[in-house]
Ligand binder design. Structure first.
Ligand code: Z5A
Length: 207
């Protein structure tokens, strides 16, 4: 059994997670690794429904409510998808997991960090990824990459200052979890980011 079976990708909006989850999973498949990928919020029928509530603007939506919506999606994804796949010996790659909630609902929104961690542990029975690729990007650059996109959700609408707070949250998470979280410079070209991810993976992965 390999030492790394559960991998998450993290980063602010527009950092390239969707792009690189896809190319990294293709790399794993070409290596003959049995992998499934998913995303948060979403990844299950219930989770996809809750995703629309979590990302929609409501007047005066409480910060606690937002936290519970994301955690409801995660509890469902954990039970229906992640835990069964790991039990079957598959590798699991997710676009966002626990660090997103700490970065956005904790550092970004100002909910108590220990409370966020407690609720998250409850949702996932304390499961953490074996390895997390944090795609670090200048928030202004990420904003430019997303410019022109038709759909802008409630969290994107919070603007540059909010994204800067979330980025600082991710850097704190990186500092606090040096054995799990790896920083990838996502300001580089798509090809260079892909190569960095694979190189960091190979430095840690044992068949
Ligand atoms: N959220 C939360 O608050 N709490 C939680 O617990 C969770 C989530 C789980 C939706 O998440 C929102 O949910 C999100 C956080 C919140 N906030 N917002 N908004 P999401 O993951 O579904 O959505 P997102 O973060 O906004 O994803 P995104 O905009 O699709 O960005 P991305 O996946 O990181 O990037 P991308 O789609 O791969 O790339 C964006 C564009 O840049 C695209 O045109 C690419 O072709 C291009 N790109 C990518 N990489 C490069 C490089 N290296 N060079 C040049 N161009 C590039």
């Amino acid at each position: 059994m390999s030492n790394i079976r559960f991998i998450s990708f993290e980063g602010i909006d527009g950092s390239g997670k969707t792009t690189h989850v896809k190319s990294f999973c293709n790399y794993l498949i070409n290596r003959g690794i049995d992998v499934i990928s998913s995303r948060e919020p979403g990844g299950t029928p219930l989770g996809e429904d809750v995703r629309s509530f979590a990302l929609k603007q409501y007047a005066d939506k409480s910060k606690k409510t937002e936290l519970f919506l994301f955690e409801a999606c995660r509890a469902e994804l954990f039970k229906q998808v992640i835990a069964p796949a790991l039990q079957q010996g598959k590798m699991v790659v997710v676009d966002r997991f626990c660090d997103s909630t700490l970065a956005y609902q904790g550092y970004g929104n100002g909910n108590n960090l220990d409370t966020v961690k407690f609720v998250d542990d409850f949702a996932t029975d304390g499961l953490k990824p074996d390895l997390t690729f944090y795609l670090d990007i200048d928030p202004q650059k990420a904003l430019e990459r997303r410019a022109g996109r038709a759909v802008v959700d409630n969290i994107e609408e919070r603007g540059l200052e909010y994204q800067m707070r979330v980025r600082q949250g991710y850097l704190n998470i990186l500092r606090d979890n040096p054995n799990r979280v790896v920083l990838i410079d996502a300001n580089q070209s798509i090809d260079a980011v892909d190569k960095s991810i694979i190189s960091e993976f190979l430095q840690r992965y044992k068949d």
